[in-house]
Design a protein around this ligand. Structure first.
Ligand code: SAM
Length: 207
């Protein structure tokens, strides 16, 4: 399908989408917020006073949600793209994989972190297999960074795409975490290969 046809279809879908409508009513910057809300409803990840790192945060709906759910917490968001400010959230514009940015993140928290979230994805190429591989690599990088900075009872949530990297991501996650769950929220489009991994409790020897 040609690129302008894909964008036309995307605009039609967006207009019909109940989550897009809902996000506009509730003042969220993206429909993605409802995926995180479902994850939190099911796995109870947020509470007051915790520290949260939001990887791939722009345009910012997850960060908006976290800011509402976590009172008196420490929240840092990072994205390659510029993002409008959100009250009580520290924001970095840059690539989370860069050593310089990882040092800034560590310095900001000044200790271990309660939750690492990743909704990172690369711009879609139209080739679903390629997109799943590249986003899978991002999820792997996020797991490696999360195991470095999480508390032993910390939680890690990441998006990835079902595809050739699925088994590798799940097996790496199981290596580092005692509890791993795969969950596709209702707000995640049915025809998308996107799904989420929710991990809890780092294994002792990785701490
Ligand atoms: C689906 S969007 C995130 C939506 C966001 N969770 C929200 O609720 O608004 C994926 C984001 O990942 C970001 N991203 C991709 N690679 C990244 C990287 N290496 N470092 C930081 N952000 C990255 C993209 O710039 C993009 O904004």
């Amino acid at each position: 399908m040609k690129k302008n046809k894909i964008s036309k279809n995307w605009i039609i879908k967006q207009k019909r989408d109940i989550y897009v409508k809902q996000s506009k009513i509730e003042g969220y910057r993206s429909r993605a917020v409802y995926k995180l809300q479902e994850i939190d409803d099911k796995f109870k990840i947020f509470k007051n006073g915790i520290s949260v790192l939001d990887l791939g945060a722009a345009p910012g709906s997850w960060s908006q949600f976290i800011a509402k759910k976590v009172k008196n917490g420490k929240i840092l968001s990072i994205d390659l793209k510029e993002m409008d400010n959100i009250e009580n959230i520290c924001q970095i514009k840059g690539d989370f994989k860069e050593n310089k940015n990882q040092q800034i993140i560590k310095k900001y928290f000044g200790g271990e972190v309660d939750i690492v979230l990743s909704d990172m994805a690369v711009n879609t190429s139209g080739n679903k297999n390629l997109d799943s591989i590249v986003t899978g690599e991002l999820s792997m990088e996020a797991i490696y960074f999360a195991k470095e900075i999480l508390k032993s009872d910390g939680k890690f949530v990441s998006k990835f795409f079902m595809g050739s990297t699925f088994k590798e991501i799940v097996s790496e996650a199981k290596k580092y975490f005692k509890e791993t769950n795969i969950f596709k929220p209702l707000a995640s489009r049915k025809n998308s290969k996107e799904t989420f991994i929710i991990c809890k409790l780092l294994r002792k020897y990785y701490k």
